[in-house]
Design a protein around this ligand. Structure first.
Ligand code: 5GP
Length: 113
């Protein structure tokens, strides 16, 4: 069986997190190493390893995560933000439980490094 990720442990309550939002499909919490004044991670409760492992039946979850990003922005009182999903190691994915970064609260450069 595949080893549990740190986010799996957060979902089970085995590791604490600074929760921002929670519902039946997802959990959102502060990134432990924030890259901006606002840096929130949104994770599905369902274990999906990465975006490329998502299936057609995950369509509702994927859409939900994007809509929750707007809720997070409202909770954090930011009007503009960046959403990032790193997919695979060379793209910067370090935790293999799908997650969406919501980053804001400062001006952000493009392109990313
Ligand atoms: P990735 O690099 O996979 O796209 O993003 C993983 C993110 O998870 C990183 O920004 C990292 O700082 C964050 N992270 C890793 N471990 C923990 C943890 O135990 N708690 C929280 N809140 N964030 C974590």
């Amino acid at each position: 069986m595949e080893e549990e990720t740190i986010f799996g442990k957060i979902l089970k309550g085995e590791i604490p997190c600074e929760e921002i939002y929670s519902d039946e499909l997802c959990l959102a919490f502060k990134d432990i190493e924030p890259q901006a004044p606002v840096h929130i991670l949104i994770i599905p409760r369902k274990k999906i390893r990465s975006l490329k492992d998502a299936k057609i039946e995950d369509q509702e979850i994927l859409g939900h995560l994007l809509l929750v990003a707007s809720k997070i922005a409202a909770i954090e009182k930011i009007e503009e933000w960046r959403t990032i999903i790193n997919t695979g190691e060379t793209a910067g994915q370090t935790v293999f439980h799908l997650h969406l970064h919501v980053i804001g609260g400062r001006s952000l450069k493009w392109p990313p490094g």
